[in-house]
Design a protein around this ligand. Structure first.
Ligand SMILES: [Zn+2]
Length: 580
């Protein structure tokens, strides 16, 4: 299937948001997992399933407590990835908070005993226990576990510890909720949640809670958080987003804290990506019917053998990244990316015989790289690129590595190289290119872009690079790549930067980069990604540009129906227990 010879060029596949002062909404749309894989197995511990609606407020609270216990039990069997990206803020001359420093955490949640998680990026804070150990260096070092903890309201949630007061009914997305204020009872000594909860009014699951923990420990602080759950399986709401913000938090040990942070969880159903099911479903065939189907009944020629070897290394690497939960399964966004790559190839008369692929890395740091003939681009980078031409710039660089035949380390063709703990992924997997090859790819990319439909639209791409270079000193953790080459020090595609217009922070029609979280929507259950359908919002002041910044979450909540077509397996493998 040669995609290159089709002579049509498809443009405008990537939402262009840079028309006069229009900008993608910062809200990461978050319809829940209606399109996710596995067939639903009704959870055995689903006490509210057949229960009639609660009659009194007291009944409601009983149900909420019961559901929360079920939730806590369920979380012990789930091991999603947890990513926190934090920006320290400082007010600029006009009193507008701007990022001056950042932090990045990625780990896998393990609440088997007490909440604990395993770090991919090697922070000292990982591995600490929760609640009891939220002291110590917390305010000096943000403890990653502190953010992961904000997915739990209270591991010992009991009616007797709290005062509940009904506030009102309110819709979050299409889900009608009861809004309830929750405070620890007087004299309560243990650390308890204090704030507001939103409870969906069918099964009485908490779908959002907003507040902090109380009392504050002596030497440390609990942050304020806004924690959201999505309906990922029928009857099951699981943590997906936590937004944290403090504007002037005084602690004993440091100067006042001023920061905002986004925590995202995904990779709940990594088992759905495993192929073990395929094995259990193998039927025993008669020997006649299992002859190899390959048409060339000969050994591979030397050149073909080399290609097959490289392909094997590429497939091993991609498969491993997928199973860890770092890579999205193939999907709709890949098609958009492939279309842009194809636009570049067609207009340059390059025929890769259809042999290239594009995939989305699910993490926030801005990076792109190639693994053999697969181009990988991070969710964070897709989020912040201002338009399709900027995307073409990133993809042009990567496809140039393929076109120029840059070497790819084939050690991963040996399967034992893939036997390592997930959290060592960033150490064991490395897709960096040499500086010389980086330079060559830049030069080739410029040539590709010159002949492409993007050639007259590259001003924004140059502006993006300029903005990136300007913000790099404050945002090292956003810009530091973990698997490939970064945009390091603004070197990448420097010719484009040089030809771009001057940056003007005040101009509303100049959007050099978008905030994080506006473009890619991730299904935390299946890891599928799609382009957000949030309508662009015209910004009204330069403050709303928020280039590379993080914002609060306002997902549009939807409820999976417990009967109906959503239950049919659409993508991944069917029929495993979602609570294991
Ligand atoms: Zn490169």
């Amino acid at each position: 299937m040669c995609m290159v010879r089709s002579c049509s060029v498809v443009i405008l596949v990537f939402a262009i948001v840079v028309s006069a002062a229009a900008q993608d909404s910062a809200s990461p749309g978050a319809r829940s997992a209606a399109s996710s894989g596995a067939t639903v197995t009704t959870s055995p511990a689903h006490p509210a399933e057949a229960a009639p609606p609660a009659a009194t407020f007291d009944d409601v609270i009983d149900r909420v407590v019961q559901r929360e216990h079920y939730f806590n039990a369920q979380m012990r069997h789930l091991h999603p990835l947890v990513e926190t990206y934090l920006q320290n803020l400082k007010n600029d001359a006009t009193g507008n908070p701007i990022p001056v420093k950042d932090e990045y955490f990625l780990g896998r949640l393990d609440m088997t005993d007490e909440a604990e998680d395993v770090s991919f990026v090697g922070q000292p804070g990982f591995g600490h226990r929760m609640l009891s150990k939220l002291t110590g260096m917390y305010s000096l070092h943000y403890l990653p576990m502190g953010f992961a903890q904000m997915v739990l309201l209270d591991t010992d949630f009991q009616k007797k510890y709290y005062k509940f007061s009904f506030v009102r009914r309110e819709f979050l997305g299409e889900v009608r909720c009861l809004v309830i204020d929750v405070q620890p009872r007087e004299g309560e000594k243990s650390v308890r949640f204090k704030g507001r909860i939103w409870v969906e009014d069918q099964d009485y699951n908490i779908v959002r809670f907003n507040g902090s923990f109380d009392p504050q420990p002596k030497n440390d602080v609990f942050f304020h958080f806004d924690s959201w759950r999505l309906n990922m399986r029928p009857g099951t709401w699981l943590p997906a987003y936590v937004y944290t913000e403090e504007s002037n938090l005084k602690t004993r040990m440091t100067k006042p804290l001023h920061f905002k942070a986004q925590t995202r969880l995904w990779g709940y159903d990594l088992k759905g990506l495993n192929k073990n099911e395929e094995f259990t479903q193998i039927m025993v065939d008669s020997p006649d019917s299992v002859k190899d189907q390959s048409d060339a009944a000969a050994d591979a020629s030397p050149v073909l053998a080399q290609r097959m070897w490289e392909k094997q290394a590429e497939e091993n690497a991609i498969d491993r990244l997928l199973k860890i939960g770092l890579l999205a399964p193939p999907g709709e966004v890949d098609k958009v990316l492939s279309t842009v790559v194809n636009n570049l190839l067609v207009t340059n008369n390059i025929d890769l015989q259809g042999d290239f692929h594009t995939r989305v890395l699910l993490t926030a740091p801005l990076e792109s790289f190639t693994v053999g003939h697969t181009i990988v681009i991070s969710r964070g980078l897709l989020d912040v690129l201002p338009d399709e031409a900027s995307l073409a710039m990133v993809l042009a660089h990567e496809v140039s590595h393929i076109v120029l035949g840059h070497p790819f380390d084939t050690k991963l063709a040996f399967n034992d190289k893939l036997f390592f703990p997930d959290e060592q992924s960033f150490k064991r997997l490395d897709f960096k290119q040499s500086p010389a090859d980086e330079e060559a790819a830049d030069a080739k990319a410029m040539a590709l872009l010159k002949n492409s439909p993007y050639k007259d639209k590259l001003a924004n791409a140059g502006l993006f690079l300029k903005e990136l270079q300007e913000k790099a000193p404050e945002l090292p953790n956003l810009i530091r790549p973990h698997l490939g080459n970064g945009f390091g020090g603004g070197k990448r595609m420097s010719l484009l930067q040089a030809s771009a217009p001057a940056l003007d922070e005040k101009r509303l029609d100049q959007i050099a980069a978008l905030p994080l979280g506006g473009r890619i929507k991730l299904d935390p259950w299946s890891d599928q990604v799609e382009l957000s359908k949030a309508k662009p919002v015209a910004i009204t002041s330069a403050r709303e540009k928020m280039e590379f910044e993080i914002t609060p979450f306002f997902p549009y909540l939807t409820r999976l129906s417990t009967s109906g077509p959503e239950k049919v397996a659409l993508t991944t493998s069917p029929g495993h227990d979602q609570t294991k």
